[in-house]
Design a protein around this ligand. Structure first.
Ligand code: HEM
Length: 91
């Protein structure tokens, strides 16, 4: 029985890849990267823009929850603005 010896080759091992000299993104590019990363990580695309609503809920009545939600946000915002100015005076 013979033991195979490694065949000597003239091939050089692959040189290690050069470390990237590209500067990390900054400014607008960085913001876009960050936004895309957040959307991916939180799955926002699936929840917001790619979410398919059941066809039987595509009626005016099912908008009412959203209308309530918008009203609540408006009430909180206008309430905060009012509280900065309003001085109650019963007399
Ligand atoms: C500020 C108060 C509320 C907000 C912002 C709100 C918001 C929403 C939203 C956005 C939806 C999904 C879309 C739609 O069906 O319109 C929903 C669904 C629903 N809400 Fe509300 N809601 C509120 C109060 C209530 C109250 C007080 C009840 C019951 C006493 C209620 C019961 C329901 C039910 C049962 C659904 C599911 C409807 C369905 O899919 O068939 N909600 N709500």
């Amino acid at each position: 029985m013979t033991i195979d010896k490694p065949v000597p080759t003239t091939e050089q091992p692959e040189p290690a890849p050069e470390p990237s000299t590209a500067a990390p993104p900054t400014g607008e590019e960085w913001r876009h990267h960050f936004r895309d990363r957040m959307k991916d990580q939180l799955g926002l695309r699936g929840v917001v823009s790619e979410y398919l609503i059941p066809v039987e809920t595509n009626t005016i009545w099912y908008t009412l929850g959203g209308v309530l939600a918008i009203s609540l946000v408006l009430e909180i915002l206008t309430g905060m603005a009012l509280s900065m100015r309003y001085i109650p005076d019963a007399g």
